[in-house]
Design a protein around this ligand. Structure first.
Ligand SMILES: CC(C)(COP(=O)(O)OP(=O)(O)OC[C@H]1O[C@@H](n2cnc3c(N)ncnc32)[C@H](O)[C@@H]1OP(=O)(O)O)[C@@H](O)C(=O)NCCC(=O)NCCS
Length: 152
């Protein structure tokens, strides 16, 4: 368990740091350019988990009126299963709630048990399956589960 972790909104963090952590978390990591584009957009909001000045995790939302969608969410594999993900998810949603949010949506690979357990324990419900949604390097595409959190 982290005692020094801070969850902060990211406005200007170096995009290399985000891209390099994203690439550690996902098979198809995003580039520095991807992050630069998102950080410039008024529809997108990032939060990071910082241990001192070290970035340990991130979450990105697209927010349109009263609906938010989680576009990406990850924790450094060396620091997973220590409560970092739960803190990022819950604190960022608490912040978004201050702006009249009604729903949060996300897609998760059907076999990502770790993430699904976290989402269910935070109140998300399974809505539907998107068949063959994620293209994988193995060539075997994976189904995604769409989940939804009702805020009010
Ligand atoms: C999903 C992810 C962000 C969760 O972050 P994390 O810091 O590891 O999660 P936490 O330690 O806060 O754990 C939260 C919950 O997940 C579940 N969990 C944690 N470790 C687990 C493990 N090893 N196996 C199964 N479930 C686990 C538990 O339900 C846990 O609840 P608890 O706090 O009551 O123990 C992280 O694992 C990750 O980056 N995974 C790779 C990228 C990814 O899949 N992102 C989500 C895409 S939808």
């Amino acid at each position: 368990m982290f005692h020094t972790l801070k969850i902060e909104k990211i406005e200007t963090i170096q995009c290399e740091r985000l891209a390099s952590l994203h690439q550690k978390c996902f098979e198809k990591g995003w580039s520095k350019k991807n992050f630069e584009d998102y950080l410039r957009s008024p529809l997108h909001q990032f939060w990071g988990a910082f241990d001192a000045d070290q970035l340990r995790g991130f979450i990105l939302f697209q927010v349109i009126e009263s609906e938010a969608e989680i576009l990406t969410f990850g924790v450094d594999p060396e620091f997973q299963s220590q409560g970092v993900g739960r803190q990022i998810l819950t604190l960022s949603i608490e912040e978004l709630k201050k702006n009249n949010l009604e729903f949060v949506f996300l897609d998760v690979a059907h076999n990502n048990q770790h993430a699904i357990l976290l989402y269910l324990s935070c109140g998300f419900k399974k809505m539907m399956l998107r068949k063959q949604y994620y293209a994988r390097k193995s060539g075997i595409n994976q189904d995604a589960i769409v989940m939804k959190l009702k805020i009010k």
